[in-house]
Design a protein around this ligand. Structure first.
Ligand code: ZN
Length: 271
């Protein structure tokens, strides 16, 4: 079968690229186990996100003039409204990411609805507009998530792993596909005790995977959507790796750096 190469992106661009950041802070740990609330050192992994990493990431994006998307749980936004507003002021998109990073497949319908509304209300209060994008915590959906998102007026969601291009559900909701190998957590998420412990990856290794994956997406004109977490990618040596990747991507012709919302809007409007 002939696969259509490229031709998907505005102004003749060959490839679309989004840098997305899931600003989970402490909720990454609190949602895994409520007992983690008693572990200040473990929670401080997440606090590094707002204390150090998000400002460093914003500075990096400003330097390279790249608009990005940040998915923020309501619990984090409530505690750091100034930083969330600053993300928006710098031209980035802020999307919905649950309240306390609840995994949708574990929720009752009433809880899932409540969390969707609560996260939206908190972000709207800070941003002055409702978020139109959603990324499910832990990249899971319940059997109801997609219909609830349509019902609540979301334009897009981002969690499926079955494609390299956006697509639309019957409801019109756009899916922006992701993949674990294009997520920093698989390589850098570490804690010395349970729940998660693994060897910390070298950024050179991660760079080679992300670069080669990008090169393939570029060849086929697909949508390169990277998912990062400030508490992991915000470390100095990893930011250097991200900058190396940005420079590699920028050396190619016809690259459209866009926020998730721009890609979703383009996808529904293209003929
Ligand atoms: Zn998350």
């Amino acid at each position: 079968m002939m696969v259509k190469k490229g031709g998907y992106w505005p102004r003749g661009n060959r490839v679309a690229v989004t840098l997305s950041f899931d600003f989970d802070a402490e909720t990454l740990w609190l949602s895994r186990n409520p007992e983690n609330a008693k572990r200040p050192v473990l929670l401080s992994h997440g606090a590094y996100g707002y204390k150090v990493a998000v400002p460093r990431i914003l500075e990096t994006l400003r330097k390279h003039r790249i608009p990005a998307t940040f998915f923020v749980p309501g619990w984090v936004a409530e505690r750091h409204p100034g930083l969330v507003k600053e993300i928006q002021n710098q031209g980035h998109e802020v999307g919905h990411h649950g309240y306390l990073h609840e995994h949708p497949q574990t929720l009752q319908e009433s809880e899932e609805r409540k969390i969707l509304k609560k996260g939206t209300r908190i972000l709207e209060g800070i941003l002055g507009e409702k978020p139109r994008g959603y990324r499910s915590p832990a990249w899971e959906y319940s059997s109801r998530t997609l219909s609830l998102l349509s019902e609540h007026g979301f334009l897009y969601t981002s969690a499926m792993m079955d494609d390299e291009l956006p697509y639309q559900y019957e409801s019109g909701l756009v899916e922006l596909p992701v993949q674990w190998l294009l997520d920093d957590a698989c390589f850098f998420l570490f804690s010395p005790t349970q729940p998660i412990s693994r060897v910390i990856a070298s950024p050179d290794w991660v760079f080679s995977i992300w670069k080669n994956e990008f090169d393939g997406f570029y060849k086929d004109g697909h949508y390169f959507l990277l998912t990062m977490h400030p508490q992991y990618t915000g470390r100095p040596h990893r930011i250097q790796m991200l900058e190396r990747l940005i420079r590699h991507i920028k050396r190619q012709k016809g690259v459209w750096f866009a926020r998730c919302i721009d890609v979703a809007e383009h996808w529904v409007s293209r003929k």
